[in-house]
Write a new protein. Sequence first.
Length: 390
Amino acid sequence: MLAFVALLAAVGLLVAASCTALLVRLGHRVGALDSPGTAGHAKRLRRVPNIGGIAIAAATLLPLVAGLAAGSLDPSSVSRLVPALAPYAQRVSSESGVWWAILAGAALMHALGLVDDRRPLSAWPKFIAQIGIASAVTIPFGMQMIPMPESWGTAGAALGIALTTMWVVMVVNAVNFLDNMDGLAGGVALVGAVVLCTAAFLVSQWFVAGALALLAGALAGFLLFNAPWRAGSSAQIFMGDGGSLFTGWMLALLSVRLTCADPADPTYALGGAWYGWLLPALALAVPLYDLLVVSSIRIAQGRPPWLGDQQHFSHRLVERGFSPRGAVMLIWLVAAIVGAGGLLIGSLKPWQALLVGVQAIAALGVLAMLEAGPRRTSGGTTRVRDRDGA
């Protein structure tokens, strides 16, 4: 199974890298370049295509749709192609409805982002659309990332679904907010996808692991053209909202599927124990941290939290003396350190899981101290030079 998951990651990488290379040229040819935000959005425009999300979505969705269609129409075809999946083929077929809903929601979220990239949408219509898409998937299938006590009955189930919907919308916007420096959102999302994929592999959630492997490969292929791999280099293409909303959606929904309770296995800690939610929280801690901190700063300043500026913690690190490339690499590293702590959550005792959570808070605390240090200025002007997504 490890070879199969690795193969899916390679497929995602190759498809995304090929598509991204084409989109770089196409974006310049048709003028699909970085666009101004809504009124009041402080953003430094660059003549760079912002349609890279199309490559990420295509490399993830197309193989998933093909595999899901084959498994739904003929479960035995999965067994023939990948004998190791034979015991799980029927299960994938029986759960095809929820997976089709997840992929349909991903396509809608991607389309919403593509529209916003070309003609910026106001915050509230976009936010309402996100809630609508998330609710259309979580409510019909009763998705609960945090299990509610059975004694709470219908009210408990409704609360669990509401919290799951809030989680999806929060992660979608967290990844969107984090798309403010070259390689930042893609790299942190790649770390999250790898952590969640590894955790899914360890608990034999093969379809979730495969989907996350495709997403990780797609992000890696995109980052070949987006990350500042060399000092002084810059992105050839941005993922845009079409990429950040799609990536956030996939990470959110796949983390929900990973932590859903399995009635047939009460010992499955990721779904049955109260601390199972720590895994996705740790895997995506960095974008969630940025979302909460920058929103708090804007609200404290009397500004709406959705109006973009250069107060993200990546920008504050640059103001404290880091180069943009150095800030991005540091944030990748912190995301990996915090996320790796959650890999074994499903096999830990409650007190051990809490200890991992404390360790993650300490790591984020170090990051907070770095970004709260004195600013380094040059001629009275801060060194922030990068664009901002939200």
